[in-house]
Design a protein around this ligand. Structure first.
Ligand SMILES: CNC(=O)c1c(C)[nH]c(/C=C2\C(=O)Nc3ccc(Cl)cc32)c1C
Length: 278
């Protein structure tokens, strides 16, 4: 039976972004804690609304232990708002973890970094696995879209909708984030592909260790130049050379020499760590 707004009680607001607002909610019938993401589609064109519907339908297909579970959607046509109901991740997001480490002057444990690498790689493997010809590329991999459940398992969230939100006429086009994770092929106006997610994963791992992205600049032109060159300092010395080597593989400027998600999982170092993490 389809959900309705009256089936839920809002507990608190847990995040806001260019897309809308995230709220912690409780289902009245059984007390189950969930999250809904409220998105105002009133300013969207018909094409964008169609894209939003197809993206949300794709979310329904993604059932994986390292992907934030999609449960349902509620459409309030009177207010032109869609509510996307998803799994609650008690550990919050990785952006908050990194900000806390920066504030406290601490670093994340190496084991945690390996767990993030392996579990997000497994999530991306599921997304890149072709489903009736449709590959679900994430397009917006960043610390704020990586979540932790109560058992510190890692979950990839906030899917696909990036294509709608970054659409040229979309209300969310007021781009709030600097695209630190933009791949060289995107800087060169080539198409997004599954190795662009690998580049973004490399940037994410680098930022998790160094507490800042690999490529930083004061303006887009300078950032694009640095990304094209692909030059950046090693991750902090406290992290082993094996982790540094994996990050360097993912940050290969040339797409053809950059590993695929399956190449990463086949890497002997990752395979050995995989046994410890899963
Ligand atoms: C400080 N962060 C939090 O307290 C927090 C917690 C405990 N959960 C979240 C966010 C989500 C959460 O718990 N489940 C989610 C599913 C999709 C999206 Cl886009 C976000 C979430 C956040 C931002």
């Amino acid at each position: 039976m389809a959900s309705s707004l009256d089936d839920f009680q809002v507990v608190s607001t847990i995040g806001t972004g260019s897309y809308g607002t995230c709220k912690k909610i409780r289902r009245k019938k059984d007390g189950k804690i969930m999250v809904w993401k409220e998105m105002d589609y009133g300013a969207m064109s018909e094409a964008e609304k169609q894209l939003l519907v197809s993206e949300v339908n794709l979310l329904r297909e993604l059932k994986h232990r390292h992907i934030v579970r999609y449960y349902d959607r509620i459409i309030d046509r009177s207010r032109a708002v869609i509510y996307i109901l998803m799994e609650y991740c008690q550990g919050g997001d990785l952006a908050t973890v990194i900000a806390r480490c920066r504030k406290d002057g601490t670093k994340v444990d190496e084991d945690f970094a390996w767990r993030i690498l392996i579990q997000i790689t497994l999530a991306l493997k599921e997304c890149h696995r072709r489903k009736n010809g449709k590959s679900i590329l994430h397009r917006d991999l960043k610390p704020a879209n990586i979540f932790l459940d109560r058992q510190q398992n890692v979950k990839l969230g906030d899917f696909g909708l990036a294509r709608v939100l970054h659409h040229e006429t979309s209300f969310a086009q007021t781009y709030v984030g600097t695209p630190y994770y933009m791949s060289p092929e995107l800087v060169n106006n080539m198409s997004y592909n599954d190795k662009s997610d690998v580049w973004a994963l490399g940037c994410l791992l680098y930022e998790l260790c160094a507490l800042h992205p690999p490529f930083i600049a004061n303006n887009q032109t300078e950032l694009n130049r640095k990304i094209r060159i692909g030059d950046y300092p090693r991750i902090p010395a406290k992290y082993c050379s094996e982790l540094d080597r994996i990050v360097r593989r993912m940050l290969k400027v040339e797409v053809t020499t950059r590993p695929s998600i399956n190449d990463i999982l086949r890497d002997p170092i990752v395979a050995r760590r995989y046994q410890q993490v899963e």
